[in-house]
Structures are given as C-alpha cells and as structure tokens.
Design a protein around this ligand. Structure first.
Ligand code: NAD
Length: 470
C-alpha cells in the first residue's frame, strides 16, 4: 500500500513536471513564482538562457543597447528597494551606500560601446578582429555585493551578445531573484526576449556544480573568495576569477596627512567595508604616524581600541577555526563595538588601533570597519609590509604620497589590479575618479576590471586582396 501511494505520488509529480515544462516551452518561459528567469531546476534555467541567447546573438548592437538602457532605467527606478532588500536579507552594508553603488552600476557600467573592432588593411586585403559572444555564461556571485554584481555582470554580458545564468550566494537569493526578474522585465519592455538572465529558486553547491559541468556553458565567471575561484579554475573550462583581496593603504611623510586620513576613512567605511577594494589596513611611516592617528580620531569619527577591546574583537569577529563570523561581516562600527560591550557614540564610523602586521585583525580580510595601523620606520619598510599584507592576491592597494618615484616603486612592488593614489579606494570604481565601475575585479586571472569586452571571444575575419581602398 505504502509503495503504491509513493508510486502514485511520483507519477503525479512527473505529470505535473511534464505539464509545466510543456507549458513553459509553449510560452517560451518557465519562471517560478511568476518571476522571470527563475527556475526550480538549474538545467531548466540553462536551457531557457540558451533559447534567449539564440535571439540575443542575432540582434543588432542597437537592439542590445535598448535592453541595456531599459536595465539602467529600471535599476534607477528600483534602487532604494533593491538596496534595502540587500541589507535586510544579508544583514550587511548600509542602505545609503548601496543606493550609491546601484546608481553607479546603472549609469556607468559600459554597454555595447565596449564592443570594438580591430582592423588591418593593406596590399593583401582587410582583416578584422571582432568581439563575439561566448553563449550562455555561468556566473557565481557573492553575498557582499549581490545585486550590484548581477546588474553589472548582466549589462556587460548582454552587451557582448551573451545571456547569463547566475548561481548566487544562498544568503542573498531573494535580492538576486528580485534583480533577475527586473532585468528580464527590462528586456521584455525593450522588445527583447525573456530569460536573458536566469537563476534557480534555491542556489546550492549542487546547482553550482551542475552549472560548472554543463556542456552548454563555455565560460564561468566567479566573484567571491578563494574557494569559488579555485573551483571554477579547476572546472576544465575557461574561467574568469575575481577573488579576495586585503588592500593596504600606505601613507608616507610627503602626503597631505589630513586628506589621507579623510580619504582612507571614507574608503574604508563605504558600505561598511564590504567592497573587496576597500582599505583593509593602513601602513604608516613613523614620522607621520601620530599625526595620522590624531586626524583619524579627531576629525573622522574613529574609535581607538585598547588592547583589551582588540582581544574581545578578535574573539568575536574571528571564529576559533580562523573563519570570519558572518554575523560581523559588513556591520557598522557602532554595532561591532556593542558586540564587545562598548557603547560608542552614534557617529562612530571606524575602529582603529596600532598593531603589528601579524595581528589577526590586520592580516585577515575582515570586510568590517576595523582598521589596524602598522607603524614602519620608513617608506622602504612600508613597501615590504604592504606586499606581505596583500598576501599575493594582487587585487588592490592604495598609497598616499606626493613622491612620484615612490608611488611608482610601490605600484611595481604590489603588482595589483587596482592602485589608487591620493584618494579613497572607491575612486577606482569611477566614483570620484575617472574610469568605469565593475563589481567583478578579475585579480587572480588577470582581466582586471571586467566589462563587456571581457565577456567576448576574439574572432578574426580575413578578406584577401580586396576591400583595401588606399
Ligand atoms: P564567498 O566566497 O563565501 O561566496 C562567493 C560565492 O561563491 C557564493 O555564491 C558562494 O555560494 C560561492 N561559493 C563559495 N565556495 C564555493 C565553492 N567551493 N564552489 C562553488 N561555489 C562556491 O564570498 P562572499 O562572502 O559572498 O564574498 C566575499 C568575498 O568575495 C571576499 O573575499 C571578497 O574579497 C570577494 N570579492 C571579490 C570581488 C572581486 O571583484 N574580486 C568582488 C566581491 C567580493
């Protein structure tokens, strides 16, 4: 009896699934819960993204650009909702800065203008190198910038003629699903297909593995910590790895110390230190060390932690196994201090202290407004210390100095994808600095700040002995 009931139940489920798939095929949609691009099954998500890509790849660049304009517009319309949702779901970051990050992403992420052609013409004809789509890209996104990464990846990938399937961090699935639905609505409003960006209702390591192994996914893009970057690089497929950082900011005696203090705290506290490019520790030469600390404390809302509070913070924010306590990542300084029994003033922005480079709150990438400051005797020792602290991630580093030779030496020694001189770290994202933004900085695989062209393959097209009209 029990077995029969189980079989009936299975048959019923099978019939329902077949009906659902047939209806989805008829309507060319399959979104779960009425959400566009959201599926219960990863294979389904990939199949639908594939169908959408068949349409996108034959679109004119102008048609792709219309979809991208609609994504920009809808992001700006929904900016506050998405920012709030991200903070509420993940418990990380702050709404005000997330609004700024989304506006930046919507307005400045490069679109089809980034898809360019190289040409050689001469006696033997004309050769073009064009940027063609890969197809359906598999993207893995972090909890720290969930919707920002989905929007900026989608704009770039669609500009390149691709569609995309996301496997987001489970802690940010609600925000991601909302964003993916919005992106597909934008496409439909602009006359494009549904499912240009897809995902699953319940992202897990299993759905990630299905995506990584799927024969119809030619390119993987991972934005996250070292584990996920290693996973995509081990997949046997082409992979772009945007991994972890631990950016040091070096301050020497030639810098404008008051400005350096302001820039560093503005960069470090932006979205509660979640961006991977944000200042995670400071290296200061002895001659200006005390002056810098004074500016931090007196003008920039910093709380100087005693050794006792540092020890309590270590025990609170780092687990005995050396991992980060997720309940502390992306929290503001006042909340972190409350966790260790300190009732700090409401306007406290950052926790500072002096420590050795090996101090756990300095050597570890924390993603919290806790800024250890390492005292070094001179610039040379400062460079060595900063190289050590960056741990070979080659991600981001910052410097405050007026000496061009020193800036050059530092840049060569650190060898990072991003180096900001005399400004807050977010200037690297085109926020108070020149250049375009991205939330996928391919430090480990070397593409640097990704954009539409990163998500294309180079194709050479040769016409012999014709079309040269010189
Ligand atoms: P995380 O590494 O915990 O997770 C990132 C994503 O990878 C999530 O979707 C997660 O589910 C997935 N994941 C983790 N391990 C995996 C594995 N072995 N196989 C498959 N998927 C796996 O990181 P997070 O906390 O979400 O984000 C913070 C980290 O990401 C920090 O280290 C930060 O520096 C880095 N980050 C880098 C960039 C960049 O552009 N380089 C941007 C944002 C965040």
């Amino acid at each position: 009896m029990i077995q029969k009931a189980g079989t009936d139940d299975m048959n019923e489920k099978l019939v329902q699934e077949i009906v659902r798939r047939v209806m989805a095929d008829i309507n060319d949609e399959g979104g779960a819960d009425g959400m566009h691009g959201v599926f219960s099954d990863m294979n389904d998500a990939i199949e639908h993204a594939l169908k959408a890509q068949e349409k996108v790849r034959v679109m004119t660049l102008d048609q792709r650009e219309k979809i991208i304009s609609a994504i920009r517009r809808k992001t700006n319309e929904n900016v506050e909702t998405i920012a709030r949702m991200g903070v509420e779901e993940t418990g990380m970051g702050n709404v005000g800065d997330k609004i700024l990050k989304h506006k930046l992403t919507a307005d400045k992420t490069p679109g089809t203008e980034d898809i360019t052609t190289t040409a050689w013409s001469g006696d033997r004809g004309l050769t073009l190198v064009e940027m063609g789509p890969f197809g359906v890209i598999g993207a893995i996104t972090p909890a720290t910038n969930p919707s920002e990464t989905v929007i900026c990846n989608s704009i770039g990938m669609i500009a390149g003629g691709n569609t995309v399937v996301f496997n987001p961090h489970p802690n940010a699935k609600k925000t991601t699903i909302y964003t993916i639905n919005m992106i597909n609505e934008a496409s439909l409003e602009a006359g494009g297909p549904d499912n240009i960006a897809c995902t699953v209702q319940e992202p897990t390591m299993e759905t990630s593995a299905i995506m990584m192994k799927h024969p119809k996914i030619p390119l993987l893009v991972a934005t996250g910590g070292p584990g996920v970057v290693t996973a995509v690089l081990s997949s046997g497929k082409r992979a772009i790895g945007a991994g972890a950082g631990n950016p040091p900011a070096l301050v020497d005696e030639t810098a404008d110390i008051e400005k350096a203090a302001r820039d560093i705290i503005n960069g470090c506290t932006f979205d509660n230190n979640l961006p991977c490019i944000a200042e995670k520790e400071v290296v200061a030469v002895d001659a200006i060390f005390d002056e810098l600390m004074r500016h931090f404390e007196e003008e920039n809302g910093c709380y100087r932690a005693s050794r006792e509070i540092q020890d309590k913070l270590i025990a609170t924010v780092i687990t005995p196994k050396g991992a980060l306590n997720r309940k502390c990542v992306g929290r503001d300084a006042k909340t972190l201090l409350k966790m260790v029994g300190v009732d700090a003033p409401a306007d406290t922005r950052c926790i500072i202290f002096e420590g050795e480079k090996e101090h756990p709150l300095i050597a570890t990438e924390l993603m919290m407004p806790i800024l250890g400051v390492v005292r070094v005797k001179d610039f040379r020792e400062g460079v060595e210390t900063a190289v050590w602290l960056e741990h070979g991630n080659r991600h981001s580093a910052h410097i405050h100095s007026k000496n061009v030779d020193r800036i050059t030496e530092y840049a060569r020694a650190l060898d990072t994808a991003i180096l900001v001189k005399n400004g807050p770290s977010y200037a690297a994202l085109g926020f108070g600095g020149e250049g375009y933004p991205t939330f996928t900085i391919a430090s480990r695989t070397g593409e640097g700040l990704t954009s539409a062209s990163t998500f294309t393959k180079r194709r050479r097209c040769v016409m012999t002995d014709s079309l040269c009209i010189r």
